[in-house]
Design a protein around this ligand. Structure first.
Ligand SMILES: Nc1ncnc2c1ncn2[C@@H]1O[C@H](COP(=O)(O)OP(=O)(O)OP(=O)(O)O)[C@@H](O)[C@H]1O
Length: 264
Protein backbone atom coordinates (compact mmCIF):
# COMPACT_ATOMS: atom_id res chain seq x y z
CA UNK A 1 0.00 0.00 0.00
CA UNK A 2 3.08 2.25 -0.24
CA UNK A 3 2.77 3.19 3.45
CA UNK A 4 -0.52 4.96 2.86
CA UNK A 5 -2.35 5.13 6.18
CA UNK A 6 -6.06 4.46 5.91
CA UNK A 7 -8.31 6.47 8.18
CA UNK A 8 -11.28 4.96 9.95
CA UNK A 9 -14.53 6.80 10.45
CA UNK A 10 -14.46 8.75 13.68
CA UNK A 11 -17.97 9.22 15.00
CA UNK A 12 -18.70 11.19 18.13
CA UNK A 13 -21.80 10.26 20.12
CA UNK A 14 -23.04 13.37 21.90
CA UNK A 15 -26.12 14.82 23.54
CA UNK A 16 -27.26 18.02 25.17
CA UNK A 17 -28.37 16.58 28.49
CA UNK A 18 -26.53 14.02 30.59
CA UNK A 19 -27.78 10.49 31.07
CA UNK A 20 -29.46 10.09 27.65
CA UNK A 21 -27.67 6.76 27.11
CA UNK A 22 -24.55 7.71 25.13
CA UNK A 23 -22.19 5.32 26.88
CA UNK A 24 -24.55 2.37 26.64
CA UNK A 25 -25.18 3.17 22.98
CA UNK A 26 -21.48 3.51 22.12
CA UNK A 27 -20.66 0.23 23.88
CA UNK A 28 -23.42 -1.75 22.17
CA UNK A 29 -23.07 -0.28 18.69
CA UNK A 30 -19.29 -0.73 18.94
CA UNK A 31 -19.63 -4.39 19.89
CA UNK A 32 -22.28 -4.90 17.18
CA UNK A 33 -19.93 -3.41 14.56
CA UNK A 34 -17.20 -5.78 15.76
CA UNK A 35 -19.66 -8.69 15.45
CA UNK A 36 -20.11 -7.58 11.83
CA UNK A 37 -16.36 -8.00 11.36
CA UNK A 38 -15.32 -4.35 11.67
CA UNK A 39 -12.24 -3.15 13.52
CA UNK A 40 -13.61 -0.92 16.22
CA UNK A 41 -12.00 1.43 18.72
CA UNK A 42 -14.03 2.95 21.52
CA UNK A 43 -12.76 6.08 23.24
CA UNK A 44 -14.14 7.16 26.58
CA UNK A 45 -13.82 10.91 26.10
CA UNK A 46 -16.29 11.55 28.92
CA UNK A 47 -13.39 12.90 30.93
CA UNK A 48 -15.23 13.80 34.12
CA UNK A 49 -17.55 10.77 34.26
CA UNK A 50 -15.76 7.92 32.55
CA UNK A 51 -17.81 4.74 32.82
CA UNK A 52 -17.47 2.96 29.47
CA UNK A 53 -15.13 0.37 30.98
CA UNK A 54 -17.72 -0.50 33.65
CA UNK A 55 -20.42 -1.18 31.05
CA UNK A 56 -17.96 -3.37 29.16
CA UNK A 57 -17.04 -5.27 32.32
CA UNK A 58 -13.38 -4.32 32.11
CA UNK A 59 -11.46 -4.55 35.34
CA UNK A 60 -7.83 -3.99 36.14
CA UNK A 61 -7.10 -0.94 34.06
CA UNK A 62 -3.74 0.33 35.21
CA UNK A 63 -3.29 2.96 32.49
CA UNK A 64 -6.14 5.06 31.13
CA UNK A 65 -6.74 7.83 28.63
CA UNK A 66 -6.42 10.25 31.54
CA UNK A 67 -2.80 9.20 32.09
CA UNK A 68 -2.09 9.75 28.40
CA UNK A 69 -3.81 13.15 28.48
CA UNK A 70 -1.72 14.05 31.52
CA UNK A 71 1.42 13.23 29.52
CA UNK A 72 2.25 10.41 31.95
CA UNK A 73 1.73 7.40 29.68
CA UNK A 74 1.92 6.32 26.06
CA UNK A 75 -1.27 5.88 24.04
CA UNK A 76 -0.38 2.28 23.13
CA UNK A 77 -0.41 1.36 26.83
CA UNK A 78 -3.97 2.66 27.29
CA UNK A 79 -5.54 0.45 24.59
CA UNK A 80 -7.27 -2.71 25.85
CA UNK A 81 -9.14 -5.55 24.22
CA UNK A 82 -12.84 -5.56 25.09
CA UNK A 83 -15.77 -7.85 24.24
CA UNK A 84 -15.99 -9.21 20.66
CA UNK A 85 -12.47 -7.88 20.04
CA UNK A 86 -13.29 -4.15 20.22
CA UNK A 87 -10.35 -2.04 21.25
CA UNK A 88 -11.11 0.24 24.16
CA UNK A 89 -9.36 3.36 25.38
CA UNK A 90 -10.94 3.71 28.82
CA UNK A 91 -11.03 6.75 31.05
CA UNK A 92 -9.79 6.98 34.61
CA UNK A 93 -12.19 7.03 37.50
CA UNK A 94 -10.31 8.98 40.17
CA UNK A 95 -10.74 12.72 40.68
CA UNK A 96 -7.00 13.12 40.84
CA UNK A 97 -6.67 11.70 37.31
CA UNK A 98 -9.46 13.93 36.04
CA UNK A 99 -7.68 17.01 37.38
CA UNK A 100 -4.40 16.14 35.68
CA UNK A 101 -5.83 15.28 32.25
CA UNK A 102 -5.50 17.88 29.48
CA UNK A 103 -8.50 17.19 27.20
CA UNK A 104 -7.10 19.29 24.33
CA UNK A 105 -4.38 16.65 23.86
CA UNK A 106 -7.10 14.45 22.38
CA UNK A 107 -6.81 16.51 19.21
CA UNK A 108 -3.27 15.25 18.63
CA UNK A 109 -4.07 11.68 19.68
CA UNK A 110 -7.03 11.27 17.36
CA UNK A 111 -4.81 11.30 14.25
CA UNK A 112 -2.97 8.26 15.56
CA UNK A 113 -6.13 6.52 16.79
CA UNK A 114 -7.94 7.07 13.47
CA UNK A 115 -5.47 4.82 11.73
CA UNK A 116 -6.07 1.90 14.08
CA UNK A 117 -9.51 0.76 12.91
CA UNK A 118 -12.51 1.07 10.62
CA UNK A 119 -14.71 2.77 13.20
CA UNK A 120 -13.59 5.04 16.02
CA UNK A 121 -16.54 5.69 18.30
CA UNK A 122 -16.17 8.53 20.77
CA UNK A 123 -18.27 8.75 23.92
CA UNK A 124 -18.57 12.51 24.50
CA UNK A 125 -19.44 14.23 27.76
CA UNK A 126 -22.86 15.88 27.94
CA UNK A 127 -23.29 19.63 27.60
CA UNK A 128 -20.95 22.13 26.02
CA UNK A 129 -17.95 22.40 28.34
CA UNK A 130 -14.31 22.25 27.24
CA UNK A 131 -14.27 18.46 27.40
CA UNK A 132 -17.47 18.05 25.38
CA UNK A 133 -16.47 20.60 22.71
CA UNK A 134 -13.09 18.87 22.41
CA UNK A 135 -14.88 15.56 21.84
CA UNK A 136 -17.03 17.21 19.14
CA UNK A 137 -13.87 18.54 17.51
CA UNK A 138 -12.16 15.17 17.24
CA UNK A 139 -15.08 13.39 15.57
CA UNK A 140 -15.51 13.80 11.82
CA UNK A 141 -19.12 12.69 12.12
CA UNK A 142 -21.73 13.21 14.81
CA UNK A 143 -24.54 11.06 16.13
CA UNK A 144 -26.88 12.67 18.62
CA UNK A 145 -28.17 10.35 21.33
CA UNK A 146 -31.26 11.87 22.80
CA UNK A 147 -34.36 10.97 24.73
CA UNK A 148 -37.56 11.94 22.93
CA UNK A 149 -38.62 14.67 25.37
CA UNK A 150 -38.72 18.27 24.12
CA UNK A 151 -36.12 19.56 26.61
CA UNK A 152 -33.64 16.85 25.60
CA UNK A 153 -34.20 17.60 21.90
CA UNK A 154 -33.68 21.36 22.26
CA UNK A 155 -30.52 20.76 24.29
CA UNK A 156 -29.32 18.34 21.59
CA UNK A 157 -29.97 20.99 18.97
CA UNK A 158 -27.43 23.30 20.64
CA UNK A 159 -24.84 20.54 20.63
CA UNK A 160 -25.56 19.74 16.99
CA UNK A 161 -25.22 23.39 15.94
CA UNK A 162 -21.89 23.77 17.73
CA UNK A 163 -20.61 20.53 16.19
CA UNK A 164 -21.65 21.72 12.73
CA UNK A 165 -19.88 25.06 13.20
CA UNK A 166 -16.77 23.09 14.11
CA UNK A 167 -17.00 21.14 10.84
CA UNK A 168 -18.35 17.86 12.26
CA UNK A 169 -20.88 16.26 9.94
CA UNK A 170 -24.17 15.37 11.66
CA UNK A 171 -25.17 11.85 10.53
CA UNK A 172 -28.38 11.61 12.48
CA UNK A 173 -30.04 11.13 15.82
CA UNK A 174 -30.75 8.04 17.90
CA UNK A 175 -33.89 8.28 20.00
CA UNK A 176 -33.25 6.34 23.17
CA UNK A 177 -35.57 5.01 25.87
CA UNK A 178 -38.66 5.32 23.71
CA UNK A 179 -41.80 3.88 25.29
CA UNK A 180 -45.09 2.84 23.75
CA UNK A 181 -46.80 5.86 25.29
CA UNK A 182 -47.33 8.86 23.08
CA UNK A 183 -44.18 10.98 22.98
CA UNK A 184 -44.23 14.77 23.28
CA UNK A 185 -42.94 15.10 19.71
CA UNK A 186 -43.33 12.84 16.68
CA UNK A 187 -40.28 11.42 14.89
CA UNK A 188 -40.94 13.83 12.02
CA UNK A 189 -41.08 16.82 14.40
CA UNK A 190 -37.81 15.74 16.03
CA UNK A 191 -36.20 15.44 12.59
CA UNK A 192 -37.50 18.90 11.67
CA UNK A 193 -36.06 20.48 14.84
CA UNK A 194 -32.69 18.78 14.66
CA UNK A 195 -32.51 18.85 10.85
CA UNK A 196 -31.08 15.33 10.79
CA UNK A 197 -32.69 11.95 10.13
CA UNK A 198 -33.54 9.67 13.04
CA UNK A 199 -31.25 6.71 12.28
CA UNK A 200 -32.46 4.49 15.08
CA UNK A 201 -35.07 4.15 17.78
CA UNK A 202 -33.98 2.27 20.89
CA UNK A 203 -36.86 1.27 23.13
CA UNK A 204 -36.92 1.52 26.90
CA UNK A 205 -35.74 -1.97 27.81
CA UNK A 206 -35.05 -3.21 31.37
CA UNK A 207 -32.50 -5.63 29.90
CA UNK A 208 -30.18 -2.65 29.19
CA UNK A 209 -29.63 -1.93 32.88
CA UNK A 210 -29.41 -5.60 33.73
CA UNK A 211 -26.67 -6.16 31.15
CA UNK A 212 -24.75 -3.10 32.39
CA UNK A 213 -24.90 -4.42 35.94
CA UNK A 214 -23.33 -7.68 34.69
CA UNK A 215 -20.71 -5.73 32.76
CA UNK A 216 -21.71 -7.50 29.54
CA UNK A 217 -22.99 -5.45 26.58
CA UNK A 218 -26.62 -6.21 25.82
CA UNK A 219 -25.91 -7.28 22.22
CA UNK A 220 -23.90 -10.15 23.72
CA UNK A 221 -25.89 -10.82 26.88
CA UNK A 222 -29.33 -10.80 25.33
CA UNK A 223 -29.13 -10.36 21.55
CA UNK A 224 -32.84 -10.93 20.99
CA UNK A 225 -34.02 -8.26 23.42
CA UNK A 226 -35.68 -5.24 21.76
CA UNK A 227 -32.89 -2.74 22.53
CA UNK A 228 -30.18 -5.17 21.35
CA UNK A 229 -31.98 -5.56 18.03
CA UNK A 230 -32.16 -1.77 17.70
CA UNK A 231 -28.41 -1.41 18.38
CA UNK A 232 -27.62 -4.08 15.78
CA UNK A 233 -29.86 -2.39 13.22
CA UNK A 234 -28.09 0.93 13.73
CA UNK A 235 -24.66 -0.75 13.49
CA UNK A 236 -25.70 -2.50 10.26
CA UNK A 237 -26.80 0.84 8.84
CA UNK A 238 -23.48 2.46 9.77
CA UNK A 239 -21.53 -0.41 8.25
CA UNK A 240 -23.71 -0.53 5.13
CA UNK A 241 -24.61 -4.17 5.84
CA UNK A 242 -27.96 -5.85 5.29
CA UNK A 243 -29.01 -7.52 8.52
CA UNK A 244 -32.20 -9.35 9.36
CA UNK A 245 -33.14 -9.41 13.04
CA UNK A 246 -33.57 -12.84 14.62
CA UNK A 247 -37.06 -14.05 15.41
CA UNK A 248 -38.02 -12.99 18.93
CA UNK A 249 -37.82 -15.88 21.37
CA UNK A 250 -41.04 -17.50 22.45
CA UNK A 251 -41.85 -16.98 26.15
CA UNK A 252 -41.62 -20.77 26.70
CA UNK A 253 -38.11 -20.92 25.24
CA UNK A 254 -37.07 -17.94 27.33
CA UNK A 255 -38.23 -19.68 30.51
CA UNK A 256 -36.32 -22.86 29.55
CA UNK A 257 -33.23 -20.78 28.88
CA UNK A 258 -33.51 -19.06 32.24
CA UNK A 259 -33.94 -22.41 34.01
CA UNK A 260 -31.49 -24.57 32.10
CA UNK A 261 -29.07 -22.04 30.58
CA UNK A 262 -30.20 -22.74 27.00
CA UNK A 263 -29.03 -26.42 27.14
CA UNK A 264 -32.02 -27.82 25.39
N1 LIG B 1 -32.79 1.89 26.14
C1 LIG B 1 -32.64 1.91 27.46
N2 LIG B 1 -33.55 1.31 28.26
C2 LIG B 1 -33.42 1.33 29.60
N3 LIG B 1 -32.40 1.92 30.25
C3 LIG B 1 -31.47 2.55 29.53
C4 LIG B 1 -31.52 2.57 28.09
N4 LIG B 1 -30.43 3.26 27.65
C5 LIG B 1 -29.73 3.65 28.73
N5 LIG B 1 -30.35 3.23 29.86
C6 LIG B 1 -29.91 3.47 31.26
O1 LIG B 1 -29.82 4.88 31.44
C7 LIG B 1 -28.75 5.21 32.31
C8 LIG B 1 -27.84 6.23 31.64
O2 LIG B 1 -27.19 5.60 30.53
P1 LIG B 1 -25.71 6.00 30.12
O3 LIG B 1 -24.76 5.94 31.27
O4 LIG B 1 -25.37 5.20 28.92
O5 LIG B 1 -25.95 7.52 29.71
P2 LIG B 1 -24.89 8.65 29.34
O6 LIG B 1 -25.58 9.53 28.36
O7 LIG B 1 -23.61 8.05 28.92
O8 LIG B 1 -24.72 9.37 30.73
P3 LIG B 1 -23.66 10.55 31.09
O9 LIG B 1 -24.20 11.79 30.48
O10 LIG B 1 -23.68 10.54 32.58
O11 LIG B 1 -22.35 10.12 30.51
C9 LIG B 1 -28.04 3.89 32.65
O12 LIG B 1 -28.52 3.43 33.89
C10 LIG B 1 -28.50 2.94 31.53
O13 LIG B 1 -28.53 1.58 31.93
Amino acid sequence: MGGLALEGRSIVFASGKGGTGKTTTVANIGVALAQFGKEVILIDADITMANLSLILGMEDIPITLHDVLAGEAELKDAIYEGPAGVKVIPGGLSLEKVKKARPERLRELIKEISQMGDFILIDAPAGLELTSVTALLIGKELIIVTNPEISAITDSLKTKLVAEKLGTLPLGAILNRVTSEKTELSKEEIEAILEVPVIGIVPEDPEVKRASAYGVPLVIKNPTSPAAIAYKQIAAKLAGIKWTPPEPESPVKRIFKALFGGKR
